[in-house]
Write a protein of this length. Structure first.
Length: 255
């Protein structure tokens, strides 16, 4: 599913399986705690990385079960949308454009001076959608030629006024200075014992009524790996020092 047709598969950028399984496990723990509160009975919770990734394959599983065909690698495109891809602009930036609306399809191709394409491929019926899907590489190439005559800012403004979802593809240094992320207090500093001050991401879940995550200007010390294992196992799980030391010797816990 990942990568481009005729080329090797590509991995995702970040460690998606690790993050997904961690999120699912946290959700499972909270669900088990809720069940314990209601019934008085505890629950063993288990999460697999493979299960977690499989659960977010979306329509690929349903489509394959219905048709028997595997979903092909499609790069940055979507078979139900046009234009839909990452497009380079005149200032050598990349903008992701994701249009699903058949009406916007007609509007945007007329805007770029391709009334012939709007007339030939326009329509909201199944036949028109299938035709756009089949010829998506051609439709994207036509839009790409026009996009290269506009700056990224111009392209975003034009598409934004048309209510076509789009966004600038940003590098991590840009994200660290992104006004939206800064306004949401998502970029924070921590003090690392060996690395010094390090920028990292804050808790993306915002609570109203209580302090969660790192507040602006706190710069808390970044704990070492396993630094609090003994304290957590002793205070929360009630394990004795002998049992905790045994787990350390067996390398079940780090410290």
């Amino acid at each position: 599913m990942t990568g481009f047709q005729g080329q090797p598969p590509l991995k995702t950028g970040p460690a998606v399986a690790d993050s997904l399984s961690g999120l699912y496990l946290a959700l499972g723990i909270l669900s088990a705690l809720r069940q314990r509160d209601r019934t008085g009975v505890g629950e063993r919770v288990e999460v697999s990385m493979m299960d977690s990734v499989f659960s977010v394959l979306e329509e690929a599983v349903i489509r394959t079960s219905m048709t028997g065909d595997s979903l092909p690698a499609r790069g940055n495109t979507d078979p139900l949308g046009a234009p839909w891809d990452a497009f380079q602009t005149s200032d050598e930036r990349w903008t992701m454009v994701c249009n699903l609306d058949p009406r916007r399809f007609v509007e945007v191709y007329r805007l770029i001076g391709r009334e012939d394409i709007a007339d030939e491929y326009g329509g909201m019926d199944g036949t028109s959608i299938e035709k756009r899907s089949r010829d998506l590489p051609k439709l994207n190439r036509i839009f790409a030629d026009w996009a290269r005559t506009r700056t990224a800012e111009e392209l975003q403004q034009i598409l934004g006024e048309m209510s076509i979802p789009n966004g600038l593809v940003k590098e991590v240094p840009e994200l660290l200075e992104d006004p939206q992320l800064l306004a949401r207090n998502m970029v924070v500093d921590v003090d690392h014992a060996k690395l010094g001050k390090v920028k990292t991401f804050n808790l993306p879940i915002k609570f109203f009524g209580g302090e969660m995550g790192i507040e602006r200007g706190e710069n808390p010390p970044d704990p070492d790996l396993g630094q609090d294992s003994g304290e957590l196992l002793g205070e929360l799980l009630g394990l004795g020092e002998e049992e905790i030391n045994r787990l350390r010797k067996q390398k079940v816990i780090w410290k």
